[in-house]
Structure formats: structure tokens, C-alpha cells
Design a binder for this molecule. Structure first.
Ligand SMILES: Nc1ncnc2c1ncn2[C@@H]1O[C@H](COP(=O)(O)OP(=O)(O)OP(=O)(O)O)[C@@H](O)[C@H]1O
Ligand SMILES: [Mg+2]
Length: 480
């Protein structure tokens, strides 16, 4: 039968659950970042398309108007002529509406090494990436990065390389519209050549933000996992309980079986103990009858004989009481001393032990009290003594002896039962305490005896039982 350890199972499940939550957190984070990357790349590509539209469609229209004199020559307004300004503004609007809709706001930045507007100046990190784009080492850059304790997901792509249309505003201040120079000065943003890469655009998204918008999925997953774990534990608990009940039933059955086995012996015992007083009784009766026939049964003699008979009868009654005590159940726990228990045990087994000429030495170095059921303790000892008896016969031991010793040590109450039958031959020795372990198959041994003894000592009386081999025998040590 498999054993379930509820406490360890619970710890195991909790640890497993924590690991699973960690795993799911990572899983969602990765999944979400993967999705986010796709979306961010799309946004950047759209941004590029807007820039392209401004460069290739919007600007030529405005320059054409200028050429035809519909617009004055030095006209410049970033709101319709600066693709960077336009795209920045669009992103600002996008961020605002995202915030309103409780969506993840992106931090958009155009980064250039030679920007017209200082807010677009590339920092060192961005310069390195720009450099890679310029050398065409990469087409797109993405990473996660930490800033002020917050993790970000970051993607950058280059803008279109300089075209001819860019040169009007980015080559020299002389060709640039006057209003532009008035607005931004004659230094920043000039000196560009066709085909050069001026800038890149990037988006930065806080990861916690990405994850937190998907936290619902995550929570649902770990909640379902939690329910699954709880159900699993309840199942385990139910199986465990059933097992416990089954075990308790089995133990009760074994206890009764063990008692029943002793009962047969007990009846033999009673019969034996009664043999002598019965013979005595019949002798008294015969005696009385003879005296009566001879007319010699005086009042005094009759009383004397009746007294004698009563003595024998009360001896027989005592014998019955001793044994009946052993079998009565349902009595409350009581305080009893170990000496009485050992003496009763000896009395119960005396016929058998006498017959096999087994000598019993009882050494009560110290008597002590126990609380519980004395009968149970008698049964525990009877099982040990019966085993010694069996082994003595099996091995034909000369001068068989059993010593029962009681004493206390370090506030522990100790009972030692030793025999000189040659010791336990199985390894590990502790196997003998297992239910149904027996080496007496041929003699119908059940293997319950020592299991019962162990149960009585350890489960019912909070004690400990152990066994060791001596030079020429075995010692059972019981400690309370
Ligand atoms: N004093 C001992 N010396 C040597 N071996 C022992 C001794 N006591 C027990 N054993 C071994 O332990 C085994 C288990 O004992 P246990 O009392 O549990 O069952 P059993 O005696 O075989 O069967 P049952 O008690 O039902 O007759 C025995 O079969 C025997 O091999
Ligand atoms: Mg036995």
C-alpha cells in the first residue's frame, strides 16, 4: 500500500505552484514582448511612411506653390514642412489618445547626431545604434533596458536616407528659407549630403506596463492553476483519510486476531490451572462421603472440609478473574505499575513455559507506573515471550532462560526482555516488526505478534521498541 505524507505533499505542491507562477510570469512577459515588438515595428514603419509622404508629396506641392509665386519665397513653417516636427506632433497626439483609452503609451523619439531641434539630439546609446545603421550592420534594433529601476522594451529603425528634397533645408543656411534660419539659427541641422543617414526613430515602452495590461490573462492562468492544485490536494487528502481508516480497521482486526490466538492458549491455561484444584475438590468430596458412610462426619469435620473446598473454589475463581481481565475491553485508562503487568504475563504463560522448562527471571530494579490499558501491555509482553518460547523449541536450546528487567534511566522508563535463544537471523532485524513477517510458515505463524507489540508500545503508549542481538540471544528494549 502506498503511503501519503500530507505535510510533505503540501510543501511540494506549494513549491511547485510558486515555480509555476514564476514560469507563467516569464512566459507571459515573453509572449507579450513578442507581440509588443511586432506592434512597435508596425508603428515605426507607419511613422516612416508619414515622413516619406511629407518628403515626397507634401513638400513638392509647397515648393511648387512657391515657384509659381502663390507662396512667398522665404516661407517656412515646420507644421507643414518639417517631417520631424509633424511626426513628433502626431506621436504626441497618439500618446494622448492612448492614455485616454488606458492603452500603453509609447515614448517616441527621433534621434539625430546633427539635429536642428536640440530635443532630437542623440545620446551616446542612440549614437552607437545610429552608427550601426549608418554602416548598414543592422536594419532594426530592439532590446530590453533598465532605466531608473524600470525595465523598458526598446525598438529603433533608421529614417529614410537624405534625398534631394532634404537639401533645401539641410545643406547650407544660404539656400534654406529665411524663416527657417530665423527660427532655428544658421548652425544646427546643416551640412547634410544626399544619401547620408540623418536620424533614426525609436519607441520605448515600459515592460511592467505591457505586462500589467495583460495581467488579467496571467491572473486567470495562475488562479486556474491554484484551483487545480487545491483540487489535487483535496483528492490526496481524501485518499489519505481513506487509507488511514482502512489501516485503523486492519489494525483493529489484527488486534482481535492476536487476542483470539492468545485466547485459545488462555483456555488451555485455565484448564491446566484448574486441574489440581478440581482433583482436590473431588478428593474432598470422596473423603466426606467415606467419613459419612463410616458415621464419622462430625459437625467440625464437615466445616473443615467445606472450608477446604471453598479455598480451592476461590483459587479457581481467581484464575478465571486473571484471564477475564485480560480479555475485557471498553475499560477506561488507568494508572498501573509495570511489576503487576509482568507478573500477570508470567502467570498467563506459566503453564506453557513450565512445560518447556523455560526459566523466567524477573528483575524489577525499579518499579514504575504507566497510564493506559494494562491488558494491552500484557498482550505486548505475551507476544514477545511467546516468540522466545517458539524459538527455544525450534532451535532446541538447552537451559532456556528469559530475563525481564525494568529500571529507569534519564527519566526514561525501560523494560528489557532478553532470551538466550541465539538471536534474530533476519536482516535488517527491524523486519520482524512488520505485519505478516514470519519465519514460521510451517507452523502457521501469522507474523502479527511483534507488529501488534510495536503498535501497542508506539502508537497507543507513545513508547519506543527496539531489538538487538546479544552474544547468545535477543534483547527487546521498550522505552517510555
Ligand atoms: N526472540 C526471538 N529470537 C529470534 N527470532 C525472533 C524472536 N522473536 C521474533 N523472532 C522472529 O520474528 C518473526 C516475527 O515474529 P512475530 O511474533 O511478529 O510473528 P510470528 O511469531 O512468526 O507469528 P505469530 O506471532 O503470529 O505466531 C518470527 O517469525 C521470528 O523469525
Ligand atoms: Mg510471534
Amino acid at each position: 500500500m502506498f503511503k501519503i505524507d500530507l505535510k510533505n505533499s503540501a510543501i511540494f505542491l506549494i513549491v511547485l505552484y510558486i515555480v509555476m507562477v514564476g514560469f507563467f510570469y516569464n512566459f507571459y512577459q515573453h509572449l507579450v514582448i513578442k507581440d509588443a515588438k511586432q506592434e512597435v515595428v508596425n508603428v515605426l514603419n507607419t511613422t516612416k511612411a508619414i515622413r516619406k509622404y511629407v518628403e515626397n508629396i507634401q513638400k513638392p506641392v509647397i515648393y511648387d506653390l512657391e515657384k509659381r509665386g502663390e507662396l512667398y519665397k522665404e516661407f517656412f513653417d515646420p507644421r507643414i514642412l518639417s517631417s520631424t516636427f509633424i511626426v513628433n506632433t502626431i506621436h504626441q497626439m497618439l500618446t494622448n489618445s492612448k492614455k485616454l483609452n488606458n492603452q500603453i503609451p509609447y515614448k517616441f523619439k527621433l534621434a539625430a547626431t546633427n539635429p536642428r531641434n536640440p530635443i532630437n539630439k542623440a545620446n551616446n546609446f542612440e549614437k552607437e545604434i545610429l552608427d550601426k545603421f549608418r554602416k548598414k550592420e543592422i536594419k532594426e534594433f530592439s532590446t530590453t533596458l533598465k532605466e531608473n529601476g524600470e525595465s523598458y522594451f526598446y525598438v529603433a529603425v533608421p529614417i529614410e536616407r537624405n534625398q534631394k528634397s532634404c537639401m533645401k533645408c539641410h545643406s547650407t543656411p544660404e539656400v534654406a528659407p529665411k524663416e527657417l534660419v530665423q527660427m532655428y539659427g544658421n548652425k544646427a541641422g546643416f551640412g547634410e549630403k544626399v544619401g547620408d543617414l540623418r536620424a533614426m526613430i525609436s519607441l520605448k515602452v515600459p515592460i511592467s506596463h505591457i505586462v500589467s495590461t495583460h495581467i488579467r490573462d496571467f491572473l486567470i492562468t495562475i488562479f486556474i492553476a491554484l484551483i487545480f492544485f487545491i483540487i489535487f490536494y483535496i483528492l490526496l487528502y481524501t485518499i489519505y483519510n481513506k487509507n488511514q481508516k482502512l489501516q485503523a480497521k486492519r489494525d483493529l482486526l489484527l488486534l482481535n486476531q492476536n487476542k483470539l490466538a492468545s485466547m485459545g492458549e488462555m483456555i488451555g491455561n485455565i484448564a491446566h490451572q484448574w486441574k489440581q484444584p478440581l482433583a482436590q475438590l473431588s478428593l474432598i468430596l470422596v473423603n466426606m462421603e467415606l467419613s459419612h458412610e463410616r458415621g464419622k462426619l462430625s459437625q467440625d469435620k464437615l466445616k473443615e472440609k467445606i472450608n477446604e473446598a471453598n479455598k480451592q473454589i476461590s483459587y479457581m475463581a481467581d484464575t478465571i478473574d486473571d484471564f477475564r481481565n485480560f480479555f475485557s475491553s471498553g475499560k477506561p485508562k488507568e494508572r498501573y505499575n509495570i511489576k503487576d503487568v509482568i507478573e500477570l504475563t508470567q502467570k498467563l504463560l506459566s503453564v506453557r513455559l513450565d512445560k518447556n522448562k523455560i526459566k523466567i527471571n524477573i528483575e524489577i530494579l525499579e518499579d514504575f507506573y504507566l497510564v493506559g490499558y494494562p491488558n494491552e501491555m500484557v498482550q505486548a509482553l505475551v507476544n514477545i515471550l511467546n516468540n522466545a518460547n517458539d524459538i527455544f523449541l525450534e532451535r532446541g536450546i538447552n537451559n532456556p532462560q528469559i530475563t525481564i528487567r525494568t529500571y529507569t534511566e534519564n527519566f526514561k522508563k525501560i523494560i528489557v526482555i532478553e532470551d538466550n535463544a541465539g538471536g534474530i537471523k533476519v536482516t535488517p532485524k527491524e523486519k520482524i516488526f512488520e505485519p505478516y513477517f514470519t519465519t514460521k510458515q510451517a507452523k502457521n505463524g501469522t507474523g502479527i505478534g511483534l507488529y501488534m507489540t510495536k503498535m501497542i508500545v508506539e502508537k497507543n503508549n507513545n513508547g519506543d521498541i527496539g531489538v538487538k542481538n546479544l552474544d547468545n540471544g535477543t534483547a527487546f528494549v521498550i522505552i517510555f
